[in-house]
Design a protein around this ligand. Structure first.
Ligand SMILES: Cc1ncc(COP(=O)(O)O)c(C=O)c1O
Length: 391
């Protein structure tokens, strides 16, 4: 293999800018020996709630658990249906299935890769029926919630989805795992736009920990208490009294210490991501023209570019040529969720959700992270031009 000239991500470069502060924060946790629950976690939860303008935040063990816990706290379970996107990380939909509810997928908007509100409205009006004061999906399940993902860091068309949710009496649960720090035009934060918002602190996220971690953001204090109960073995505060079937899902204090340090840098990091995205946009327009073979996400205000994902023809061949040229890229996601083997029992077939399927064939994530060397986008776009010329 050729030497890597441009890495897809460089976490050691980020750590070098923080190492002293992180070590002090981590040492403090070791000094106190309070690794779970306790003041370090509480301080982080409060700092994140303030940053987001949310009523409450509950630190949990992962983004996957955050989604599951939010759905459980909304009372979702067997006999229910949740509408979601087919173009996301698998946890978005497995969290629904883990509650016992059934996920239903509606296609995405091609420009944003996000759940298409027009499709959601069609799904509601054309495939559901109203009975007993509720909305029922094809399979008879009661429709309870819409779960959009803000994919790659771009806030979905949340106002349109919120309007449908309001009209139909559904909960809105955001998968904001990739969009921490993104804000709408009126400065509302991703993750604080629905009844629940879910974050992942997986190390590669815009706000990444030193291991697994996640958070449930709650618009209502009372919901946070329910999340905490379920996440702590269903205990309601009475000694070893368990009122519901719960699990152990906690953000640990070492993660909270690291994340508190990193939260203070998040806006600057996201600004650097936007700067690199702007550079890619300029270079692609200058090299291929608009309407050329490379379609970019555009410079969008409500986007923190967790990933900078373009569409290219013959994606896998282009990706191999870039790799041979020393440029690392990634594919998110090569199989849409409705065609994943783990969801075979939902009975969906190729062709059912054409936009998600096309995105799975065309999407290519280019290197973009705050510490990306300033000259990298030009080298990546030049390599992309060479790769596309060699067809
Ligand atoms: C969109 C999305 N949802 C959910 C998750 C799950 O988060 P975790 O890996 O922390 O469980 C991730 C990240 O991994 C994600 O990108």
């Amino acid at each position: 293999m050729p030497d890597v000239r441009i890495r897809f991500l460089d976490l050691p470069a980020q750590y070098a800018t923080l190492a002293d502060e992180v070590r002090v924060a981590v040492d403090e946790v070791f000094r106190t020996q309070i690794f779970l629950l306790g003041p370090t976690v509480a301080r982080f939860e409060q700092a994140l709630a303030r940053y987001l303008g949310a009523a409450a935040v509950v630190g949990v063990a992962s983004g996957t658990d955050a989604l599951y816990l939010a759905l459980r706290a909304a009372g979702i379970g067997p006999g229910d249906a949740v509408l979601t996107t087919p173009f996301s990380f698998v946890a978005t939909a497995t969290a629904i299935a883990r509650t016992g509810a059934r996920p239903y997928f509606v296609d995405i908007e091609p420009a944003s890769f996000n759940l298409d509100p027009a499709g959601v409205r069609r799904w509601v009006t054309e495939t559901c029926r109203r009975a007993g004061g509720g909305l029922h999906a094809r399979g008879g399940e009661r429709v309870r919630a819409i779960l959009p993902t803000h994919l790659f860091g771009r806030i979905c068309d949340i106002d349109a989805l919120a309007a449908i949710a309001r009209e139909e009496g559904l909960d809105l649960v955001e998968d904001a795992a990739q969009a921490i720090g993104a804000r709408t035009a009126n400065a509302r934060a991703a993750g604080a736009l629905g009844r629940f918002g879910c974050f992942s602190f997986y190390p590669t996220k815009n706000l990444g920990g030193a291991g697994d971690g996640g958070a449930v953001v709650c618009a209502r204090e009372a919901d946070a208490a329910v999340v905490r109960t379920i996440a702590r073995q269903g205990a309601d505060g009475g000694p070893y009294r368990h009122v519901v079937l719960g699990l152990a899902s906690r953000l640990d204090a070492l993660q909270a210490a690291v994340l508190t340090v990193k939260l203070s840098r998040l806006d600057a990091w996201n600004a650097a991501r936007r700067r690199h995205a702007a550079r890619y946009e300029e270079l692609v327009a200058a090299t291929f023209g608009t309407g050329g073979p490379v379609r970019t996400p555009g410079l969008v205000a409500a986007h923190v570019y967790h990933q900078y994902v373009v569409r290219v023809p013959e994606r896998d061949r282009v990706r191999a040529l870039l790799a041979a040229d020393g440029i690392e890229t990634q594919v998110y996601y090569p199989i849409p969720l409705h065609l994943q083997p783990c969801f075979a029992d939902l009975g969906q077939a190729p062709g059912d959700l054409p936009e998600a399927e096309r995105a799975s064939r065309e999407a290519l994530a280019l290197p973009l992270y705050p510490e990306l060397p300033e000259e990298a986008p030009a080298a990546v776009v030049a390599a992309l031009a060479r790769a596309l010329d060699r067809r």
